[in-house]
Write a protein that binds this ligand. Structure first.
Ligand code: BGC
Length: 366
């Protein structure tokens, strides 16, 4: 088993974080184990940022405890990303690499799956033949999880799956068979619920024209991905659970993509015009595309239409401040990448870990 230096580096980092944060150890909900339910969350962007920072601080503290003894040899870590051309996963992978290198002195190689599962499977095979100590995997297709987990287990290489949640049966298999695999992500139901709650918090609960129902457009991510499925379902469920009647005017896949978000929203507005009261986008990239289409039609967000996304990309929080978007939900790439890294290091050192770790979402409005 290889060991990596890091105790020193990690404790230096914690010390400097503590110094920056005034030495006060704040409470945080992230990262934490699965099972806890979505809870009420602060609304201000500042609070969201503060919470993400707290999460980062806590994971750094955990890292110190988990840091393996130094023997001068670097851990080799292979990271597979489903495609580099994704706004959210770009922030995620950059932070993941930085944190692994700076906190653990690991040797990290990150590769681009280009949205092609066959290509990514080759990349995984290459990492295995290079003898990496652990793999961090953002699969192109979540449905490939079992096959990939078996390949890694056969090679004796632990696997940390990120971002695209495998189905529950596969997680149970890891548990019952003692497979060295885990999933680190967030509970997408919570993000959908928060989107719906943001609409419920508007002056007219989303019913701008007062006809007794909320007529909406849904911009769906990649429908194979549970993030897309749950956000689509739970955003609307938050409204119906609150006794609000809804009407789906238009729901189509935009594959998490800004240009597609723009095109779909333009189509929906051309077809349904003023009937459209709310645009739910499964992520911010598509919401940013929607802004272009909404403005091209001369519509005014928060006056004659509402628009919500997920991720809290900088461009989206800026749009919220400018009144061009109603709200978003922070998808904490800092907390998730740090948790994935901490767990990967533990597994590379032969420690047993849980089969699932989730990081909370946070509502972001003006
Ligand atoms: C993010 C999307 C991203 C997707 C990639 C989701 O959790 O919200 O922005 O495109 O992950 O799988």
């Amino acid at each position: 088993m290889k060991k990596v230096l890091a105790a020193v580096l990690a404790s230096m980092m914690v010390l400097s974080l503590a110094a920056c944060g005034g030495g006060d150890k704040k409470e945080t909900e992230a990262p934490k184990k699965e099972t806890e339910k979505a809870t009420e969350a602060p609304k201000e962007t500042e609070k969201a940022t503060e919470k993400a920072t707290d999460a980062a601080k806590e994971t750094a503290e955990k890292a110190t405890q988990a840091a393996p003894a130094a023997d001068g040899e670097k851990l080799k870590i292979g990271v597979c990303i489903y495609k580099f051309d994704d706004n959210f996963m770009t922030l995620y992978r950059q932070e993941l690499q930085k944190y692994l290198e700076e906190t653990y002195g690991a040797e990290v190689t990150v590769v681009d799956g280009k949205g092609d599962q066959a290509e990514q499977t080759n990349q995984i095979d290459n990492f295995i033949s290079q003898g990496v100590d652990v793999l961090i995997l953002n699969l192109v297709q979540a449905s490939a999880t079992e096959t990939v987990a078996k390949t890694c287990a056969d090679a004796g290489i632990p696997a940390v799956f990120i971002n695209r949640e495998p189905d529950a049966a596969e997680l149970e298999r890891w548990e019952s068979e003692g497979v060295a695999a885990t999933y680190v992500g967030a509970d997408a139901r919570q993000s959908g619920t928060f989107q719906g709650e943001i609409i419920l918090d508007t002056a007219n609960k989303g019913d701008i024209n007062g006809d007794g129902k909320v007529s909406y457009v849904m911009l769906i991510g990649d429908p194979e991905n549970v993030d897309a499925q749950y956000r689509t379902e739970f955003s609307v469920k938050a409204l119906t659970d609150a006794g609000v009647e809804v009407e789906e005017l238009f729901a189509q896949r935009g594959d998490w993509d800004q240009a597609k978000g723009q095109e779909l929203t333009a189509n929906a507005l051309a077809q349904f015009g003023d009937q459209v009261e709310v645009v739910f986008a499964n992520n911010d990239a598509m919401a940013l595309g929607a802004i272009e289409a909404i403005e091209a039609e001369g519509r005014k967000v928060n006056e004659d239409i509402y628009l919500v996304g997920v991720d809290a990309l900088d461009e989206a929080t800026a749009a919220i401040k400018d009144g061009r978007m109603t709200g978003t939900v922070l998808n904490d790439h800092m907390g998730q990448s740090h948790t994935a890294a901490d767990v990967a290091i533990k597994m590379a050192n032969g420690e047993k870990v849980d089969t699932k770790y989730t990081v909370d979402y946070v509502k972001v409005t003006e």
